[in-house]
Design a protein around this ligand. Sequence first.
Ligand code: SF4
Length: 343
Amino acid sequence: MSEPLLDVRDLRTEFSTDDGIVRAVDGVSFKVEPGQVLGIVGESGSGKSVTCLTVMGLNDPKFAVSSGEVLFRGEDLLKVSKSRLREVRGNEIAMIFQDPMTSLNPVHKIGRQLAEAVVLHEDVSRKQAYARALELLKAVGIPRAERRIDDYPHQFSGGMRQRVMIAMALINNPDLIIADEPTTALDVTTQAQILALLKRLQEDFGSAVIMITHDLGVVAEVADDVIVMYAARIVERGAVRSIFNEPRHPYTWGLMGSLPRLDVNVERLYQIPGQPPSLLNPPVGCRFHPRCAFAMPVCREKDPRLEATSGDPAHEEACHLDGETKSREAAALVATLTAGAVV
Ligand code: SF4
C-alpha cells in the first residue's frame, strides 16, 4: 500500500493554564490519503481545531506541549525545524480559517495581497503574479474579477472573502488543505456555494482536504471519511456513508438528531443533554457518560477502546454498548430521520 499523505499517530497536546493542565488532544490517530476529504466533527472544545493547529505547528509553544507523531509524507512535523515547518506550511499544506478577516490585511487591495503571496512562493515578476492572482480569483468564482481585484477586503461580502481565502490557499497547489469551519460564519445559501466550490476545486486540483466542522451536514456534503471527536478523543470514525447509514456511537446519534430538518418530528429525535466536560478534569471512564442516555455502570469506570463492531473494519467506535443495541438504535434513528424525507 502506498504511504499516506498524512499519518497522525497518538497525538497529544496539553496546554498549561492558571487552573492546571488542559489535555486538548488526547491520543488521536488518523491518516489522510492523497486526494481524500476527511471531515473532523465535534462540538467546540472537542479538540478538532487543536488537532489541526498541532499538525500545522501553530500552537503557541509557550503554553502548548505536543507528543506523538505527525508524519507528512513520512517526515515528522513535530520534530522538524521552524524554517522547515514554515516551508511545508507555505508550499504543501494550506489552511483556511473561519474568519477571513483575521487572515486578510484590511489596508491592502485583494489583488496586491494575492500577488504578494504568489511572489513569496513562485519565481515570477510582479506582472505575472498579478495575472496569477486574477486567474485564481476567477477559479474561485469572483464575478467581474478584473475589477474586483482592486477592491479592499471590506468591499467584499463574507462569502466572497472566503473565496479569496480559498484562492490564497490554492496558490501553491497544496497537497493538503485544512479548512477550519470555513462556512460557519456564512448564511446557508453562501455556505452551500462555498462547499460546492471547495468540492469542485478539490477535484480539479487533487488536493486532500481536512474539513473541521461542528456540523455533520457539512461533512455529508463534502467528506469521504469522518472522524467524530468528543472531549479530546476520537469516539467514532468511518466512511461517510457508513457513519450516516449506521452511526454506532450515542454521541454521533445526538449530532445526527440535532441536524436541522423540516421534514422530521424533532421531538422523536435523540438530543444530547448537558455540556461537554472540562478538559482540566474530564470524567473517568467514558467521557461522554454524564450526557449519555445509554450509560451503564461500566461506562463510569472503564474507558471504551476504539474498535470495529459492525462488520466493517474501517468503521470504529468507542462505546461499551453491545453490537446488537448499537445496530438497533442506529436503525431506529436512521428510520426516524428518513421517515418524513421527500424522496
Ligand atoms: Fe454511552 Fe457508555 Fe457508550 Fe459511553 S460507553 S457512549 S456512556 S453507552
